[in-house]
Design a protein around this ligand. Sequence first.
Ligand SMILES: *Cc1c(COP(=O)(O)O)cnc(C)c1O
Length: 230
Amino acid sequence: MLKENLQEVEKRITAACERAGRSRGEVTLVSVSKTKPVEMLREAYSLGVRVFGENKVQELTEKYDALPDDIRWHMIGHLQTNKVKYLIGKTELIHSVDSLKLAGVIEKESEKRGCVTDILIEVNVAQEESKFGLKMEEVIPFIKKAAQFPHINVRGLMTIAPFVENPEKNRTIFADLHKLYVDIKDKNIDNGTVNILSMGMTNDYEVAIEEGATMVRIGTGIFGARNYNI
Ligand SMILES: *Cc1c(COP(=O)(O)O)cnc(C)c1O
């Protein structure tokens, strides 16, 4: 099943890139393995998957210890400041930075470990009450401040669009965030490190790619539905 799912996702990513006149190489697939057992990740690994996304620090670090070293781990879930110390040095990218306080703790822990941590800023484009993330107008001032942290690289923006039946409904959200992303790059306020736009999940990744996503986070479409009751 995993093999067919991966092929299907790959086919759809490629088709969306073609529709948008983009090359497949511009879009990174993050396989979101949260709640799934290590054996399933191992199977995905054997099929060539190297970029895995997790949303809990403990689950990520346990899987990190159990699986091969060449996996690139992405933290995509809400991150509490008291958990940062367990995570630093293990991620290729943290997608979910939503406060200066959190950025400050990542800076401090990264300095302690002598590493630089790549982060994205989570943006709540649709301003949903239930979601974390900065407002659009807060992003540029945030980047100006975060750019002063020597042990953090702001690599771009991330958003979780609302869950909608029809993914077309999220098109303007993706387009709006893409516009802000381009604006940040044009203004060069980030020391030139911004080149990632993480948006699009199983239900809406094709629309996100058409609107300029450089990274999509796909769980259900690859690993199947999640069971939170086990
Ligand atoms: C779970 C999750 C995903 C993947 O969601 P699917 O709909 O299963 O593809 C993507 N991004 C974030 C932040 C998530 O928490």
